[in-house]
Design a binder for this molecule. Structure first.
Ligand SMILES: Nc1ncnc2c1ncn2[C@@H]1O[C@H](COP(=O)(O)OP(=O)(O)OP(=O)(O)O)[C@@H](O)[C@H]1O
Length: 322
């Protein structure tokens, strides 16, 4: 290891940034990712996720700061970094006229793997990604999920220490996403590889050991998904009653809490919903048709730090705060 990250550090960034002309896309990024972690970059469209992965994978030149990946400096030792990383992009880069095995062997040739080693590694990686029996089939016959798994298999051909995945399950249905995640978890177990991914899917971020939340090029929060949600701390309780006005008044008078209108009733945030709901129901004098308790989500965390939800930002285009 060349820098101050230590032997167990896979990715280290200090003050890393990139501007496109006068437009800052990523600002002052500090990161430490441990070897073997599944680490996620969560943020809405335009937050700076692809730019960050581009810099760490040596495809984009930073305009500020420094970073090391697998122990090598991204600016001064880009070849050393490239040898040790795998990359899976948002857009497919497979040759659909070739078979799965040919796509992988082509990659092995690019990395100078001996023929036999390339063939063996291709079989092992196809097996790991659940594609062994499709080895000799042309990629044009593959579903979207199979293509994505094949791209991951290809990214692993040269035994990288860090695998970068830019939005690995975008455009795939929930069931296919779940299959890909099974394979990513298995990959980490069996190969001890560091997985570094970007996503704007909240469910995807939940799979990560640790995430950073990025917005407008800034890191706004960092931690395990559960620790981040614990900061928000409060469950959402939604009530559907026979008389919402009376219910709101009772909640204010008895508990000093302010319930607000929700799409399906009235809602309030409390830190211990399982303990609170029975007391609430005992105090209410109006009919209660339903009570729903929702623990905090990562979108609540995003809202907590930025004042907007990821869904809102994505729906409104490439917005940034302010
Ligand atoms: N080549 C470029 N030239 C100018 N501006 C760019 C370029 N690439 C990205 N940007 C801008 O930099 C900011 C960050 O973009 P980036 O693609 O890194 O975000 P992202 O979080 O990956 O979003 P997405 O998921 O939509 O790709 C955005 O405001 C974007 O418009």
């Amino acid at each position: 290891m060349n820098g101050d990250g230590g032997a167990g550090t896979a990715v280290l960034a200090r003050g890393l940034g990139k501007s496109y002309g006068a437009v800052p896309a990523v600002r002052d990024l500090d990161l430490t990712v441990s070897s073997g972690e599944i680490f996620g970059f969560l943020g809405p469209n335009g937050a700076g996720k692809s730019t960050s992965i581009g810099m760490l994978s040596t495809l984009l030149r930073p305009t500020a700061g420094r970073a090391e990946v697998a122990g090598h400096d991204i600016r001064h030792e880009p070849d050393e970094v490239r040898r040790r990383i795998g990359l899976v992009f948002q857009e497919t880069t497979l040759d659909v006229d070739l078979t799965a095995g040919q796509n992988l062997r082509f990659h092995a040739d690019l990395y100078g793997l001996p023929r036999r080693e390339g063939r063996d590694r291709a079989l092992t990686m196809l097996d790991l990604m659940g594609l062994a029996e499709r080895h000799s089939d042309p990629v044009r016959t593959f579903s979207g999920g199979m293509r994505r798994r094949l791209e991951i298999a290809r990214g692993l051909m040269h035994t990288p220490r860090v695998l970068f995945l830019d939005e690995p399950t975008t455009g795939l249905d929930p069931q296919t996403r779940a299959v890909i995640w099974e394979h990513l978890h298995q990959l980490r177990e069996e190969q001890g590889i560091t997985v570094f991914l970007s996503t704007h899917h909240l469910e995807e971020a939940e799979h990560c050991d640790r995430i950073v939340i990025i917005d407008g090029g800034h890191l706004v929060a960092e931690g395990t998904p559960s620790a981040l949600k614990a900061v928000v701390g409060a469950d959402l309780v939604v009530l559907r009653t026979g008389d919402d006005d009376t219910a709101v008044r009772t909640i204010r008078e008895r508990f000093g809490l302010e319930a607000t209108p929700e799409p399906r009733g009235i809602g309030l945030r409390v830190s211990d919903a399982p303990g609170f709901v029975p007391r609430l129901c005992a105090e209410l004098t109006v009919p209660v048709h339903s009570v729903t308790v929702t623990p905090p989500t990562l979108d609540d965390v995003f809202l907590h730090y930025t004042g907007r939800t990821i869904r809102e930002v994505d729906a409104g285009g490439r917005g940034t705060k302010g």
